[in-house]
Design a protein around this ligand. Structure first.
Ligand code: SAH
Ligand code: SF4
Ligand code: F3S
Length: 475
C-alpha cells in the first residue's frame, strides 16, 4: 500500500471516529451520564502498546476511561502464547455474560492474538453470542469503523485479517505512563521457532520507516516522555524490507540523538542476530540502558536445534562473554522454556548449566505449552506433567538464588533511578527503576515521578531494593 492510500485510510478512520462520537454524545444525553470504557490487556509489551492505541481511539470517540469491567465499552486485548493466557480470557467472558444481562447496552470487544485463531473465533460465535465485536492484530486502527458497523448492524461484527503489509501511522494514542512509552519498530515475526504461535498470529515481519520512528519519539519527548522501549519480536533484524538500508544499531544511534530523551530500552533481542555493531553502539551510548533481554529458551544445543533457534549453547555463551567484556556492568535477562518435547534430564541440566554460567539478573521461566498449528505440537515425545513441574521448580529455585545474589552486589552503590509511581502499599514510598531495570523503593514525593534521581541502594530484597534519596550538597 502506498503513502497516498495510507493517508486516505487515516482520513477514513477519522471520519468513523466522528460518526461514533455523535452516537456517543446522543446516547450520553439520553442516559444523562458519560459513557465509560476500559481496555484489559493480556500478553506482552506489543499488546500493551496496541491497547494504548485502541484506548486512544475510544477516548477520541468520547468514552471516559474507567478501571472497572462494568463499563459501557469493555475491550479485551488477548494473548495466546501459552494455554493459560487463553483460559484467562474465557474466565473473564463468563463473568461478563452476567454483567451484560444487567446492562444490555454494554458493548464487549475482543481483539489481539487469540482472535487470529479460527477455532477461537468459531467458539466465540457459538458459545459467547453476547460478544459485540471481534477483530485481530492486523486491523486495530479500524476500531471506530467496527464500532460504527456494530451500531448499524446490531449483530456481532467479526473482522479478522490473515496478514497485512499496512502500517497506519498517526492514529490517536492514550499512554499509560506520561514519562515512558513503548515504540513499535517492527511488527510480526519470521523466525518460526517450532514451539511458538506468534508468527501465525502476528504475521510476517515488517519494519517501520526510521523517519516515522524518530518523528514519533520526538513527539513523545515533546509530550514529556524520557524513556522509550523500542518494540519488536526480534529487534536485531530491524530494517529488512525497507527502501533505505539501515540496521538496528544504526537506528539506535539516530534515536540516541533525539534531544531530551534520557533512556532507551529495547526488546526482544534474538541471540542469532545480535551484531558486534550493536554491542559497540550500546557500549558507547549514554542513553541505552544497561540491560539486555536475551532469551535463551534452552541450554541444550540438541533442543535448540529442534526449537529452530539457530544458535548453540556454545555460541550463546560466547555471545554473552563478548557482551559482558564490552559492557561489564550490564544486566542480562532471559526467557527459558522447560519441558519442550523430547527434553531429557541431560538437556535440562544443560539449561541449568547456562543459568549458572551466565548468572542472569532475572529470568522468566515457562512450562512448555502446546500451541495448535506449531511444529512442536505434532511432536510425539511430549514430556509428562510431573517431570516438567519438577524441572520447573528446580530451575526457578536456581534462577531466584542467582538473581538475588546479583541484586545483592549493587547494595551500597548510588545509582540513577527513574521515579515511576507512588508505591501501592506505602504512599510515602516512590517506586522506580535502575538503568539495569531492577526496581527500587525509596522515600520520596509524587513530584519526583518521571524524573531521574540519585538513590543509594541500602538493602536488597530478592529482586528489588530499598534505597535512600541521595542529594549531593552544592557549595
Ligand atoms: N520474540 C521473543 C519472544 C516472544 S514470546 C523471542 O524470540 O525471544 C515470549 C516468551 O514466551 C518466549 O521467549 C518464550 O520463552 C515463551 N514462549 C513462547 N511460546 C511458548 C510456548 N509454546 N510454551 C511456553 N513458553 C512459550
Ligand atoms: Fe516466537 Fe521465535 Fe518469533 Fe520470538 S522469535 S516471537 S519465540 S517465533
Ligand atoms: Fe501474546 Fe501476542 Fe504478545 S501471543 S506474547 S500478546 S505477540
Amino acid at each position: 500500500m502506498d503513502n497516498n492510500e495510507l493517508s486516505n485510510e487515516l482520513k477514513r478512520q477519522n471520519y468513523y471516529i466522528e460518526l461514533c462520537s455523535k452516537w456517543v454524545k446522543s446516547k450520553q444525553e439520553r442516559l444523562g451520564r458519560p459513557l465509560t470504557c476500559t481496555a484489559k490487556t493480556f500478553g506482552c509489551q506489543m499488546n500493551s502498546r496496541d491497547s494504548e492505541k485502541l484506548l486512544g481511539i475510544l477516548l477520541d470517540i468520547g468514552y471516559v476511561e474507567t478501571d472497572s469491567e462494568e463499563a459501557d465499552f469493555v475491550l479485551y486485548n488477548t494473548c495466546t502464547v501459552r494455554e493459560n493466557a487463553n483460559l484467562k480470557v474465557y474466565g473473564h467472558l463468563g463473568y461478563m455474560q452476567n454483567l451484560k444481562k444487567k446492562n444490555p447496552d454494554m458493548m464487549i470487544a475482543l481483539c489481539g492474538c487469540m482472535m487470529q485463531e479460527a477455532d477461537v473465533v468459531e467458539k466465540i460465535k457459538k458459545s459467547y453470542k453476547f460478544v459485540d465485536i471481534v477483530f485481530g492484530t492486523h486491523n486495530i486502527f479500524k476500531l471506530a469503523e467496527l464500532i460504527y458497523n456494530r451500531i448499524e448492524s446490531e449483530k456481532m461484527v467479526i473482522d479478522v485479517w490473515k496478514d497485512t503489509d499496512m502500517i497506519v501511522e498517526d492514529l490517536p494514542v492514550e499512554r499509560k505512563y506520561s514519562f515512558k512509552s513503548g515504540v513499535n519498530i517492527t511488527f510480526g515475526c519470521d523466525n518460526f521457532c517450532s514451539y511458538c504461535i506468534v508468527p501465525y498470529v502476528r504475521g510476517r515481519e515488517r519494519s517501520r520507516r526510521p523517519e516515522d520512528i524518530i518523528k514519533e519519539i520526538e513527539n513523545l519527548v515533546a509530550d514529556g516522555v524520557v524513556e522509550v522501549m523500542l518494540l519488536g519480536q526480534n529487534v536485531n533484524s530491524y530494517g529488512k524490507g525497507l527502501d533505505e538500508e539501515i540496521t538496528f544499531a544504526e537506528l539506535l544511534k539516530r534515536v540516541e540523538e533525539v534531544e531530551g530523551l534520557k533512556r532507551i530500552r529495547f526488546m526482544t533481542s534474538h541471540p542469532k542476530d545480535l551484531s558486534d555493531e550493536l554491542i559497540e553502539v550500546m557500549k558507547n551510548s549514554k542513553k541505552i540502558c544497561r540491560q539486555l533481554h536475551l532469551p535463551v529458551q534452552s541450554g541444550s544445543s540438541r533442543i535448540l536445534k529442534i526449537m529452530n533457534r539457530k544458535y548453540t549453547k556454545e555460541s550463546y555463551l560466547e555471545l554473552v562473554d563478548k557482551i559482558k567484556k564490552a559492557i561489564p556492568d550490564i544486566a542480562i535477562t532471559t526467557d527459558i522454556i522447560v519441558g519442550f518435547p523430547g527434553e531429557t534430564e541431560e538437556d535440562f541440566l544443560e539449561t541449568m548449566d547456562v543459568v549458572k554460567k551466565v548468572r542472569y539478573d532475572s529470568a522468566f521461566t515457562f512450562k512448555y505449552s502446546k500451541r495448535t498449528g506449531t511444529p512442536a505440537s505434532k511432536m510425539e515425545n511430549q514430556v509428562p506433567e510431573d517431570v516438567v513441574k519438577d524441572r520447573f521448580d528446580r530451575l526457578l529455585e536456581t534462577v531466584q538464588k542467582i538473581s538475588s545474589e546479583e541484586t545483592e552486589k549493587r547494595v551500597g552503590m548510588i545509582m540513577p533511578v527513574l521515579a515511576e509511581e507512588i508505591n501501592s502499599h506505602d504512599s510515602t514510598l516512590i517506586t522506580g527503576r535502575l538503568s539495569h531495570n531492577t526496581i527500587v523503593h525509596f522515600k520520596g514525593t509524587p513530584d519526583m515521578i518521571g524524573k531521574i534521581v540519585n538513590v543509594k541502594l541500602e538493602e536488597a530484597n530478592g529482586f528489588y531494593y530499598f534505597g535512600k534519596l541521595w542529594v549531593t550538597e552544592r557549595a
